[in-house]
Design a protein around this ligand. Sequence first.
Ligand SMILES: [Ca+2]
Length: 590
Amino acid sequence: MKKIISTATKVAAVAFAMSTFSFAGPGLADGAAKFVGNITTHNQVRSDFTQLWNQITAENECKWASIEGTRGKFSWGGCDAAYNWAKNNGGHFKFHALVWGSQYPNWLNGLSADETKKAITNWMDAVKNHYPDLEMIDVVNEAIKSGGKYHSNYGSQGNNNIIAALGGDNGNYEFVAEAFRMARERWPDAILIYNDYNTVQWQKNEGIDLIQKLKKAGAPVDAYGLQAHDMMTQGGGNGGTGGGGDCLSLSTLSSVLDEIWQKTETPIFISEYDIFTDNDNTQKKCYQEQISLFMENEHVAGITLWGYIYGATWNSGTSGIIKDNKDRPAMTWLKEYLASNKGVNTTGLPTGELTPVEPEPQTPFKGKAFDLSGKIEAEDFDIPGKGKGNNSYSVSGDCNDTWNTEYRKGTSVKIGEKNGGLVLGCNPTGNYFQYTINPAAGGTFKLKATVAADGEGALVFKVGDKVVSDTLKYTGSSWTSFDEVSGSITLEKGDQILTMEVAKGYIDVDWFQIDAGKVPIAQTVKFVDNNTRQDYHVFDQNGVHMGVLTAYGFDAAKEILQNSSAVKASGIYYLRSRTTGQMQSVRVTR
Ligand SMILES: [Ca+2]
Protein backbone atom coordinates (compact mmCIF):
# COMPACT_ATOMS: atom_id res chain seq x y z
CA MET A 1 0.00 0.00 0.00
CA LYS A 2 1.29 3.43 -0.90
CA LYS A 3 1.93 5.50 2.15
CA ILE A 4 0.40 8.92 2.00
CA ILE A 5 1.91 11.58 4.22
CA SER A 6 -0.34 14.52 4.85
CA THR A 7 1.02 18.05 4.88
CA ALA A 8 0.27 18.24 8.58
CA THR A 9 2.32 15.11 9.21
CA LYS A 10 5.20 16.53 7.15
CA VAL A 11 5.16 19.74 9.15
CA ALA A 12 5.14 17.74 12.37
CA ALA A 13 8.04 15.64 11.11
CA VAL A 14 10.08 18.74 10.30
CA ALA A 15 9.32 20.25 13.69
CA PHE A 16 10.38 17.05 15.37
CA ALA A 17 13.61 16.92 13.40
CA MET A 18 14.42 20.50 14.34
CA SER A 19 13.88 19.84 18.01
CA THR A 20 16.00 16.70 17.84
CA PHE A 21 18.97 18.15 15.97
CA SER A 22 20.24 21.04 17.97
CA PHE A 23 23.26 22.90 16.68
CA ALA A 24 24.99 22.62 20.00
CA GLY A 25 28.33 20.87 19.89
CA PRO A 26 29.50 17.92 21.91
CA GLY A 27 31.68 17.84 24.96
CA LEU A 28 32.15 19.63 28.24
CA ALA A 29 33.10 22.88 26.51
CA ASP A 30 29.89 23.03 24.50
CA GLY A 31 28.99 26.66 23.96
CA ALA A 32 32.38 27.97 25.09
CA ALA A 33 34.43 30.54 23.22
CA LYS A 34 37.15 27.99 22.57
CA PHE A 35 37.28 24.25 22.24
CA VAL A 36 38.57 21.81 24.83
CA GLY A 37 39.63 18.73 22.93
CA ASN A 38 41.56 15.53 23.34
CA ILE A 39 43.31 12.81 21.37
CA THR A 40 42.58 9.26 20.31
CA THR A 41 43.36 6.52 22.84
CA HIS A 42 45.41 3.55 21.60
CA ASN A 43 44.48 4.66 18.06
CA GLN A 44 40.74 4.60 18.80
CA VAL A 45 38.05 7.18 19.43
CA ARG A 46 36.59 6.08 22.75
CA SER A 47 32.83 5.85 23.16
CA ASP A 48 32.91 8.54 25.87
CA PHE A 49 34.70 11.03 23.62
CA THR A 50 31.57 12.87 22.43
CA GLN A 51 30.33 13.40 25.94
CA LEU A 52 33.63 14.95 27.08
CA TRP A 53 35.40 16.74 24.24
CA ASN A 54 34.61 18.88 21.23
CA GLN A 55 37.88 18.73 19.33
CA ILE A 56 39.99 15.76 18.26
CA THR A 57 43.61 15.22 17.26
CA ALA A 58 44.76 11.74 16.29
CA GLU A 59 47.68 10.82 18.55
CA ASN A 60 49.50 8.92 15.78
CA GLU A 61 47.12 7.97 13.02
CA CYS A 62 47.50 11.05 10.82
CA LYS A 63 51.28 11.12 10.95
CA TRP A 64 53.04 10.58 7.66
CA ALA A 65 54.58 7.23 8.62
CA SER A 66 51.17 5.97 9.76
CA ILE A 67 49.48 6.84 6.49
CA GLU A 68 52.18 6.26 3.86
CA GLY A 69 54.42 3.65 5.47
CA THR A 70 54.92 2.18 2.00
CA ARG A 71 55.61 4.78 -0.64
CA GLY A 72 52.53 5.41 -2.76
CA LYS A 73 50.24 3.25 -0.60
CA PHE A 74 48.01 5.30 1.66
CA SER A 75 46.20 3.93 4.71
CA TRP A 76 43.67 6.49 5.83
CA GLY A 77 41.53 4.36 8.15
CA GLY A 78 42.92 5.50 11.51
CA CYS A 79 43.01 9.16 10.54
CA ASP A 80 39.53 8.88 8.98
CA ALA A 81 38.15 7.67 12.31
CA ALA A 82 39.18 10.90 14.04
CA TYR A 83 38.12 13.07 11.08
CA ASN A 84 34.75 11.32 10.86
CA TRP A 85 34.15 11.68 14.58
CA ALA A 86 34.38 15.45 14.13
CA LYS A 87 32.18 15.40 11.01
CA ASN A 88 29.53 13.24 12.60
CA ASN A 89 29.42 14.97 15.96
CA GLY A 90 29.84 18.64 15.17
CA GLY A 91 33.35 18.69 16.64
CA HIS A 92 36.60 20.16 15.40
CA PHE A 93 39.36 18.12 13.79
CA LYS A 94 43.02 19.05 13.74
CA PHE A 95 45.30 17.26 11.28
CA HIS A 96 48.60 16.34 12.97
CA ALA A 97 51.02 16.69 11.19
CA LEU A 98 52.20 17.45 7.64
CA VAL A 99 55.96 17.99 8.09
CA TRP A 100 57.89 16.64 11.05
CA GLY A 101 61.45 15.38 11.56
CA SER A 102 60.05 12.33 13.33
CA GLN A 103 57.52 9.61 12.52
CA TYR A 104 58.00 10.23 8.82
CA PRO A 105 58.20 7.08 6.64
CA ASN A 106 61.46 5.13 6.73
CA TRP A 107 61.63 5.15 2.95
CA LEU A 108 62.26 8.90 3.05
CA ASN A 109 65.69 8.23 4.55
CA GLY A 110 68.46 8.53 2.01
CA LEU A 111 66.36 10.11 -0.76
CA SER A 112 67.89 13.04 -2.65
CA ALA A 113 66.57 16.54 -2.04
CA ASP A 114 64.68 16.42 -5.35
CA GLU A 115 63.09 13.09 -4.58
CA THR A 116 62.25 14.26 -1.07
CA LYS A 117 60.54 17.34 -2.50
CA LYS A 118 58.50 15.11 -4.77
CA ALA A 119 57.61 12.87 -1.87
CA ILE A 120 56.53 15.79 0.35
CA THR A 121 54.54 17.36 -2.49
CA ASN A 122 52.85 14.07 -3.24
CA TRP A 123 52.09 13.53 0.45
CA MET A 124 50.52 16.96 0.82
CA ASP A 125 48.54 16.45 -2.39
CA ALA A 126 47.30 13.11 -1.13
CA VAL A 127 46.20 14.64 2.19
CA LYS A 128 44.55 17.48 0.30
CA ASN A 129 42.71 15.10 -2.00
CA HIS A 130 41.54 13.02 0.91
CA TYR A 131 40.70 15.92 3.24
CA PRO A 132 40.07 19.00 1.10
CA ASP A 133 38.14 20.75 3.87
CA LEU A 134 40.51 20.56 6.84
CA GLU A 135 39.79 23.16 9.50
CA MET A 136 43.11 23.09 11.41
CA ILE A 137 46.49 21.69 10.42
CA ASP A 138 49.74 21.29 12.32
CA VAL A 139 51.76 22.16 9.23
CA VAL A 140 55.22 21.85 10.73
CA ASN A 141 56.08 20.12 13.98
CA GLU A 142 59.16 20.59 16.17
CA ALA A 143 61.60 22.55 14.02
CA ILE A 144 62.95 24.92 16.70
CA LYS A 145 66.74 24.98 16.63
CA SER A 146 68.34 25.12 20.05
CA GLY A 147 71.96 24.49 20.95
CA GLY A 148 72.70 23.68 17.29
CA LYS A 149 70.04 20.98 17.08
CA TYR A 150 66.50 20.90 15.80
CA HIS A 151 63.76 19.72 18.14
CA SER A 152 63.22 16.70 15.89
CA ASN A 153 65.39 14.87 13.39
CA TYR A 154 65.40 17.17 10.41
CA GLY A 155 68.15 16.76 7.84
CA SER A 156 71.42 15.29 9.04
CA GLN A 157 70.03 14.70 12.53
CA GLY A 158 68.00 12.03 10.83
CA ASN A 159 68.95 10.62 7.49
CA ASN A 160 66.57 12.77 5.49
CA ASN A 161 66.67 15.71 3.10
CA ILE A 162 63.55 17.49 4.33
CA ILE A 163 65.39 20.77 4.92
CA ALA A 164 67.13 20.82 1.53
CA ALA A 165 63.95 19.68 -0.25
CA LEU A 166 62.05 22.70 1.06
CA GLY A 167 64.69 25.31 0.27
CA GLY A 168 67.20 24.98 3.11
CA ASP A 169 67.32 26.72 6.46
CA ASN A 170 69.77 29.60 5.93
CA GLY A 171 69.33 30.70 9.52
CA ASN A 172 65.75 31.71 8.79
CA TYR A 173 63.85 28.43 8.85
CA GLU A 174 63.16 28.82 5.15
CA PHE A 175 62.08 25.19 4.86
CA VAL A 176 59.41 25.78 7.47
CA ALA A 177 58.13 28.86 5.63
CA GLU A 178 58.00 26.87 2.38
CA ALA A 179 55.95 24.13 4.01
CA PHE A 180 53.42 26.76 5.10
CA ARG A 181 53.22 28.18 1.58
CA MET A 182 52.60 24.70 0.19
CA ALA A 183 49.89 24.10 2.78
CA ARG A 184 48.16 27.40 2.02
CA GLU A 185 48.05 26.59 -1.70
CA ARG A 186 46.18 23.43 -0.85
CA TRP A 187 43.97 24.64 2.00
CA PRO A 188 43.12 28.30 1.47
CA ASP A 189 40.66 28.30 4.39
CA ALA A 190 42.37 26.12 6.99
CA ILE A 191 43.98 27.41 10.20
CA LEU A 192 47.68 26.69 9.64
CA ILE A 193 49.58 26.01 12.86
CA TYR A 194 53.24 25.81 13.80
CA ASN A 195 53.55 23.33 16.71
CA ASP A 196 56.44 22.74 19.14
CA TYR A 197 57.45 21.74 22.67
CA ASN A 198 59.30 23.35 25.58
CA THR A 199 58.14 26.68 24.23
CA VAL A 200 57.06 28.00 27.62
CA GLN A 201 59.87 26.93 29.93
CA TRP A 202 63.04 26.20 28.01
CA GLN A 203 62.93 27.43 24.43
CA LYS A 204 60.46 30.27 24.78
CA ASN A 205 62.86 32.67 23.03
CA GLU A 206 63.77 30.27 20.26
CA GLY A 207 60.08 29.63 19.59
CA ILE A 208 59.31 33.34 19.42
CA ASP A 209 62.28 33.80 17.11
CA LEU A 210 61.01 31.05 14.79
CA ILE A 211 57.51 32.54 14.54
CA GLN A 212 58.95 36.00 13.93
CA LYS A 213 61.14 34.66 11.12
CA LEU A 214 58.20 32.87 9.51
CA LYS A 215 56.12 36.03 9.62
CA LYS A 216 58.96 38.13 8.26
CA ALA A 217 59.26 35.70 5.35
CA GLY A 218 55.55 36.13 4.66
CA ALA A 219 54.75 32.54 5.55
CA PRO A 220 51.01 32.05 6.07
CA VAL A 221 51.21 30.92 9.70
CA ASP A 222 47.88 31.49 11.46
CA ALA A 223 48.61 30.16 14.92
CA TYR A 224 51.33 28.98 17.26
CA GLY A 225 50.76 25.63 18.96
CA LEU A 226 52.36 25.37 22.38
CA GLN A 227 52.50 21.68 23.15
CA ALA A 228 52.48 22.47 26.89
CA HIS A 229 54.12 19.28 28.06
CA ASP A 230 56.29 21.67 30.11
CA MET A 231 53.74 22.78 32.66
CA MET A 232 55.49 21.40 35.76
CA THR A 233 58.66 22.45 37.52
CA GLN A 234 60.72 19.28 37.03
CA GLY A 235 61.60 17.11 34.09
CA GLY A 236 62.49 18.99 30.97
CA GLY A 237 65.27 18.41 28.56
CA ASN A 238 64.21 17.40 25.09
CA GLY A 239 60.66 16.20 25.36
CA GLY A 240 59.79 18.59 28.13
CA THR A 241 57.76 16.00 29.90
CA GLY A 242 57.27 17.73 33.20
CA GLY A 243 56.47 14.77 35.32
CA GLY A 244 57.29 15.93 38.79
CA GLY A 245 57.57 18.75 41.22
CA ASP A 246 54.91 21.38 41.42
CA CYS A 247 52.89 23.24 38.84
CA LEU A 248 54.73 25.83 36.79
CA SER A 249 54.15 29.13 38.56
CA LEU A 250 50.95 30.76 37.38
CA SER A 251 52.51 34.21 37.19
CA THR A 252 55.36 32.85 35.05
CA LEU A 253 52.92 31.10 32.71
CA SER A 254 50.78 34.20 32.48
CA SER A 255 53.68 36.48 31.65
CA VAL A 256 55.09 34.01 29.10
CA LEU A 257 51.75 33.92 27.26
CA ASP A 258 51.68 37.71 27.23
CA GLU A 259 55.25 37.92 25.98
CA ILE A 260 54.63 35.37 23.20
CA TRP A 261 51.59 37.34 22.09
CA GLN A 262 53.32 40.71 22.22
CA LYS A 263 56.32 39.49 20.24
CA THR A 264 54.52 37.36 17.65
CA GLU A 265 50.95 38.69 17.52
CA THR A 266 50.01 35.15 16.61
CA PRO A 267 47.05 33.38 18.24
CA ILE A 268 48.02 30.48 20.47
CA PHE A 269 46.74 26.94 20.69
CA ILE A 270 47.52 24.86 23.76
CA SER A 271 47.99 21.77 21.65
CA GLU A 272 49.19 18.84 23.80
CA TYR A 273 48.54 19.73 27.44
CA ASP A 274 49.28 17.15 30.13
CA ILE A 275 50.23 16.98 33.80
CA PHE A 276 52.23 13.86 34.56
CA THR A 277 51.90 13.02 38.23
CA ASP A 278 50.39 10.43 40.52
CA ASN A 279 49.68 13.18 43.02
CA ASP A 280 45.96 13.93 42.55
CA ASN A 281 46.13 17.23 44.36
CA THR A 282 49.05 18.52 42.36
CA GLN A 283 47.40 17.53 39.10
CA LYS A 284 44.19 19.23 40.12
CA LYS A 285 46.04 22.38 41.17
CA CYS A 286 47.83 22.64 37.82
CA TYR A 287 44.56 22.13 35.93
CA GLN A 288 42.76 24.68 38.06
CA GLU A 289 45.36 27.37 37.65
CA GLN A 290 46.48 26.69 34.09
CA ILE A 291 43.27 25.66 32.31
CA SER A 292 41.47 28.64 33.85
CA LEU A 293 44.22 30.89 32.59
CA PHE A 294 44.03 29.42 29.08
CA MET A 295 40.25 29.70 28.98
CA GLU A 296 40.34 33.30 30.08
CA ASN A 297 43.39 34.44 28.11
CA GLU A 298 42.17 36.25 25.02
CA HIS A 299 45.07 35.05 22.89
CA VAL A 300 44.52 31.35 23.44
CA ALA A 301 42.20 30.03 20.75
CA GLY A 302 41.72 26.44 21.87
CA ILE A 303 42.98 23.73 24.18
CA THR A 304 43.80 20.12 23.39
CA LEU A 305 44.62 17.73 26.24
CA TRP A 306 47.08 15.01 25.25
CA GLY A 307 45.21 11.96 26.50
CA TYR A 308 42.80 11.40 29.36
CA ILE A 309 42.90 7.75 30.35
CA TYR A 310 45.37 6.92 33.11
CA GLY A 311 47.95 4.39 31.89
CA ALA A 312 47.11 4.98 28.23
CA THR A 313 49.02 8.21 27.70
CA TRP A 314 52.57 8.54 26.40
CA ASN A 315 55.56 8.69 28.72
CA SER A 316 54.65 7.27 32.15
CA GLY A 317 50.88 7.24 31.64
CA THR A 318 50.27 9.24 34.81
CA SER A 319 48.82 12.25 33.00
CA GLY A 320 45.44 10.51 32.64
CA ILE A 321 42.56 12.23 34.41
CA ILE A 322 40.25 9.21 34.40
CA LYS A 323 41.67 6.29 36.39
CA ASP A 324 39.93 2.93 36.81
CA ASN A 325 36.82 4.47 35.23
CA LYS A 326 36.71 7.16 37.91
CA ASP A 327 37.40 10.84 37.48
CA ARG A 328 40.55 12.02 39.19
CA PRO A 329 40.14 15.34 41.02
CA ALA A 330 41.52 17.28 38.03
CA MET A 331 38.72 15.87 35.87
CA THR A 332 36.06 16.57 38.48
CA TRP A 333 37.26 20.15 38.64
CA LEU A 334 37.38 20.45 34.83
CA LYS A 335 33.77 19.31 34.50
CA GLU A 336 32.59 21.78 37.10
CA TYR A 337 34.62 24.61 35.66
CA LEU A 338 33.52 24.11 32.05
CA ALA A 339 29.87 23.83 33.08
CA SER A 340 29.89 27.50 34.00
CA ASN A 341 32.93 29.17 32.41
CA LYS A 342 32.84 29.78 28.70
CA GLY A 343 36.14 31.59 28.29
CA VAL A 344 37.21 34.51 26.16
CA ASN A 345 38.35 34.26 22.59
CA THR A 346 39.25 37.44 20.80
CA THR A 347 41.87 35.81 18.61
CA GLY A 348 39.69 36.00 15.54
CA LEU A 349 40.19 32.32 14.87
CA PRO A 350 36.81 30.64 14.38
CA THR A 351 37.37 27.93 16.95
CA GLY A 352 34.45 28.49 19.28
CA GLU A 353 31.62 28.06 16.79
CA LEU A 354 30.43 24.65 15.88
CA THR A 355 28.66 24.88 12.58
CA PRO A 356 27.96 21.66 10.75
CA VAL A 357 29.15 21.86 7.15
CA GLU A 358 26.88 20.07 4.73
CA PRO A 359 28.77 18.58 1.80
CA GLU A 360 27.84 19.88 -1.63
CA PRO A 361 28.32 17.66 -4.67
CA GLN A 362 30.46 18.69 -7.62
CA THR A 363 28.59 19.92 -10.69
CA PRO A 364 29.28 19.95 -14.45
CA PHE A 365 31.18 23.07 -15.53
CA LYS A 366 28.67 24.03 -18.22
CA GLY A 367 25.62 23.06 -16.22
CA LYS A 368 24.99 19.70 -17.81
CA ALA A 369 26.79 16.43 -18.24
CA PHE A 370 28.85 15.83 -21.38
CA ASP A 371 26.88 13.58 -23.74
CA LEU A 372 30.03 12.51 -25.63
CA SER A 373 28.82 13.98 -28.93
CA GLY A 374 31.89 16.19 -29.21
CA LYS A 375 35.23 17.09 -27.74
CA ILE A 376 35.55 17.52 -24.00
CA GLU A 377 37.89 20.40 -23.26
CA ALA A 378 40.19 19.17 -20.49
CA GLU A 379 40.01 22.53 -18.72
CA ASP A 380 36.21 22.14 -18.41
CA PHE A 381 36.45 19.73 -15.50
CA ASP A 382 33.56 19.81 -13.02
CA ILE A 383 33.04 22.65 -10.58
CA PRO A 384 34.19 21.28 -7.24
CA GLY A 385 31.65 20.81 -4.47
CA LYS A 386 32.35 21.06 -0.78
CA GLY A 387 33.18 18.38 1.75
CA LYS A 388 34.86 15.06 1.54
CA GLY A 389 34.94 13.40 -1.83
CA ASN A 390 33.45 16.35 -3.67
CA ASN A 391 36.53 17.89 -5.15
CA SER A 392 36.84 17.52 -8.91
CA TYR A 393 40.56 17.99 -9.38
CA SER A 394 43.82 17.54 -7.57
CA VAL A 395 46.34 20.27 -7.11
CA SER A 396 48.70 20.95 -9.97
CA GLY A 397 52.42 20.48 -9.66
CA ASP A 398 55.04 23.11 -9.03
CA CYS A 399 56.01 24.50 -12.44
CA ASN A 400 57.49 27.78 -13.50
CA ASP A 401 55.43 29.04 -16.40
CA THR A 402 52.81 31.61 -17.22
CA TRP A 403 49.34 30.47 -16.34
CA ASN A 404 45.88 31.72 -17.16
CA THR A 405 44.54 32.39 -13.67
CA GLU A 406 41.10 33.59 -14.73
CA TYR A 407 39.45 30.69 -16.57
CA ARG A 408 39.05 28.37 -13.59
CA LYS A 409 39.63 30.99 -10.93
CA GLY A 410 39.53 29.61 -7.40
CA THR A 411 40.58 26.11 -8.38
CA SER A 412 44.39 26.54 -8.27
CA VAL A 413 44.62 24.39 -11.40
CA LYS A 414 47.36 25.48 -13.82
CA ILE A 415 45.84 26.37 -17.18
CA GLY A 416 48.07 27.39 -20.07
CA GLU A 417 47.26 29.30 -23.25
CA LYS A 418 48.56 26.90 -25.86
CA ASN A 419 47.58 24.98 -28.98
CA GLY A 420 45.19 27.77 -29.96
CA GLY A 421 43.17 27.55 -26.78
CA LEU A 422 43.44 26.53 -23.16
CA VAL A 423 45.17 23.42 -21.85
CA LEU A 424 45.62 21.79 -18.47
CA GLY A 425 49.29 22.12 -17.58
CA CYS A 426 51.76 21.13 -14.93
CA ASN A 427 50.16 17.75 -14.27
CA PRO A 428 52.43 15.33 -12.45
CA THR A 429 51.73 11.63 -12.08
CA GLY A 430 48.67 11.10 -9.93
CA ASN A 431 47.05 14.44 -10.81
CA TYR A 432 43.43 13.97 -11.80
CA PHE A 433 40.43 15.85 -13.17
CA GLN A 434 36.79 14.81 -13.16
CA TYR A 435 33.99 15.25 -15.67
CA THR A 436 30.31 14.39 -15.32
CA ILE A 437 29.36 12.46 -18.44
CA ASN A 438 26.15 10.85 -19.62
CA PRO A 439 26.68 8.39 -22.48
CA ALA A 440 23.47 7.40 -24.30
CA ALA A 441 24.67 3.81 -24.51
CA GLY A 442 27.31 1.64 -22.92
CA GLY A 443 30.11 -0.05 -24.83
CA THR A 444 33.73 0.15 -25.77
CA PHE A 445 34.50 3.30 -27.68
CA LYS A 446 37.40 4.98 -29.38
CA LEU A 447 39.16 7.44 -27.13
CA LYS A 448 41.57 10.11 -28.23
CA ALA A 449 43.26 12.99 -26.51
CA THR A 450 45.47 15.89 -27.56
CA VAL A 451 48.51 16.12 -25.34
CA ALA A 452 52.03 17.49 -24.96
CA ALA A 453 54.95 16.31 -22.87
CA ASP A 454 58.66 16.79 -22.51
CA GLY A 455 59.65 13.19 -22.02
CA GLU A 456 57.37 10.27 -21.29
CA GLY A 457 53.84 10.83 -20.10
CA ALA A 458 50.63 8.82 -19.93
CA LEU A 459 46.94 9.27 -19.16
CA VAL A 460 44.39 6.83 -17.93
CA PHE A 461 40.63 7.16 -17.38
CA LYS A 462 38.65 5.76 -14.46
CA VAL A 463 35.11 5.51 -13.20
CA GLY A 464 35.26 5.30 -9.43
CA ASP A 465 38.41 3.36 -8.65
CA LYS A 466 38.18 1.25 -11.77
CA VAL A 467 40.40 1.86 -14.75
CA VAL A 468 38.16 1.93 -17.84
CA SER A 469 40.56 2.92 -20.60
CA ASP A 470 43.79 1.94 -22.22
CA THR A 471 46.78 3.81 -20.93
CA LEU A 472 47.33 6.60 -23.44
CA LYS A 473 51.09 6.89 -23.65
CA TYR A 474 52.93 9.77 -25.17
CA THR A 475 56.56 10.71 -25.53
CA GLY A 476 57.26 14.27 -26.60
CA SER A 477 59.99 16.85 -26.48
CA SER A 478 58.15 20.12 -26.11
CA TRP A 479 55.41 21.73 -24.04
CA THR A 480 54.12 23.61 -27.07
CA SER A 481 53.78 20.85 -29.61
CA PHE A 482 50.51 18.90 -29.22
CA ASP A 483 49.70 15.52 -30.73
CA GLU A 484 46.83 13.09 -30.67
CA VAL A 485 47.03 9.81 -28.80
CA SER A 486 44.33 7.18 -28.93
CA GLY A 487 43.08 3.96 -27.43
CA SER A 488 39.76 2.63 -26.25
CA ILE A 489 37.48 3.17 -23.29
CA THR A 490 34.66 1.06 -21.89
CA LEU A 491 31.74 2.86 -20.28
CA GLU A 492 28.33 2.04 -18.92
CA LYS A 493 25.34 4.05 -20.01
CA GLY A 494 24.07 6.97 -17.93
CA ASP A 495 25.23 9.72 -15.56
CA GLN A 496 28.63 9.10 -14.06
CA ILE A 497 31.83 10.86 -13.11
CA LEU A 498 34.80 10.15 -15.33
CA THR A 499 38.25 10.71 -13.91
CA MET A 500 41.19 11.53 -16.15
CA GLU A 501 44.43 10.80 -14.33
CA VAL A 502 48.10 11.22 -15.16
CA ALA A 503 49.56 7.71 -15.07
CA LYS A 504 53.13 8.62 -15.88
CA GLY A 505 55.45 11.64 -15.98
CA TYR A 506 54.02 15.08 -16.58
CA ILE A 507 51.53 15.66 -19.37
CA ASP A 508 49.55 18.65 -20.68
CA VAL A 509 46.06 17.96 -22.01
CA ASP A 510 44.06 20.16 -24.39
CA TRP A 511 40.96 18.01 -24.96
CA PHE A 512 39.77 14.44 -25.22
CA GLN A 513 37.01 12.80 -27.18
CA ILE A 514 35.06 9.62 -26.68
CA ASP A 515 33.58 8.47 -29.93
CA ALA A 516 30.29 7.12 -28.61
CA GLY A 517 28.16 8.41 -31.46
CA LYS A 518 29.15 5.49 -33.69
CA VAL A 519 28.80 1.78 -33.29
CA PRO A 520 30.77 0.70 -30.26
CA ILE A 521 33.99 -0.83 -31.53
CA ALA A 522 33.58 -3.85 -29.26
CA GLN A 523 30.91 -5.06 -31.66
CA THR A 524 33.34 -5.04 -34.52
CA VAL A 525 35.95 -7.03 -32.65
CA LYS A 526 35.93 -10.66 -33.68
CA PHE A 527 34.90 -13.16 -31.09
CA VAL A 528 37.94 -14.35 -29.25
CA ASP A 529 38.05 -17.50 -27.20
CA ASN A 530 38.89 -16.14 -23.77
CA ASN A 531 41.34 -18.94 -23.25
CA THR A 532 43.48 -18.34 -26.31
CA ARG A 533 46.91 -16.88 -25.81
CA GLN A 534 46.69 -13.12 -25.43
CA ASP A 535 48.26 -10.14 -23.76
CA TYR A 536 46.91 -8.49 -20.63
CA HIS A 537 47.62 -5.00 -19.40
CA VAL A 538 48.18 -4.92 -15.65
CA PHE A 539 47.15 -1.90 -13.56
CA ASP A 540 47.44 -1.34 -9.85
CA GLN A 541 44.49 0.03 -7.93
CA ASN A 542 45.67 3.57 -8.46
CA GLY A 543 45.40 3.00 -12.18
CA VAL A 544 49.13 2.95 -12.69
CA HIS A 545 50.02 0.77 -15.64
CA MET A 546 52.47 -1.86 -14.43
CA GLY A 547 53.16 -3.75 -17.60
CA VAL A 548 51.89 -6.45 -19.91
CA LEU A 549 51.81 -10.20 -19.39
CA THR A 550 50.90 -13.01 -21.74
CA ALA A 551 48.65 -15.88 -20.71
CA TYR A 552 46.03 -18.34 -21.85
CA GLY A 553 42.93 -16.73 -20.35
CA PHE A 554 42.15 -14.62 -17.28
CA ASP A 555 42.56 -17.46 -14.80
CA ALA A 556 46.06 -18.18 -16.02
CA ALA A 557 46.89 -14.47 -16.06
CA LYS A 558 45.71 -14.14 -12.45
CA GLU A 559 47.83 -17.05 -11.39
CA ILE A 560 50.90 -15.51 -13.00
CA LEU A 561 50.25 -12.23 -11.21
CA GLN A 562 49.66 -13.90 -7.85
CA ASN A 563 52.94 -15.78 -8.11
CA SER A 564 55.12 -13.17 -9.77
CA SER A 565 57.99 -11.79 -7.72
CA ALA A 566 57.62 -8.59 -9.77
CA VAL A 567 54.52 -7.72 -7.75
CA LYS A 568 55.77 -6.60 -4.36
CA ALA A 569 52.67 -5.27 -2.61
CA SER A 570 49.41 -6.87 -1.54
CA GLY A 571 46.29 -5.44 -3.05
CA ILE A 572 43.82 -5.49 -5.88
CA TYR A 573 45.21 -5.35 -9.40
CA TYR A 574 43.39 -5.14 -12.71
CA LEU A 575 43.96 -7.18 -15.81
CA ARG A 576 42.74 -5.86 -19.10
CA SER A 577 42.78 -8.06 -22.19
CA ARG A 578 44.52 -6.33 -25.03
CA THR A 579 42.39 -8.28 -27.46
CA THR A 580 38.87 -7.98 -26.07
CA GLY A 581 39.17 -5.02 -23.73
CA GLN A 582 37.57 -7.03 -20.94
CA MET A 583 38.76 -6.40 -17.42
CA GLN A 584 38.95 -8.51 -14.31
CA SER A 585 40.39 -7.79 -10.90
CA VAL A 586 42.72 -10.03 -8.98
CA ARG A 587 43.70 -9.97 -5.31
CA VAL A 588 47.37 -10.47 -4.62
CA THR A 589 48.60 -11.32 -1.13
CA ARG A 590 52.21 -10.91 -0.09
CA1 LIG B 1 41.38 22.82 -24.22
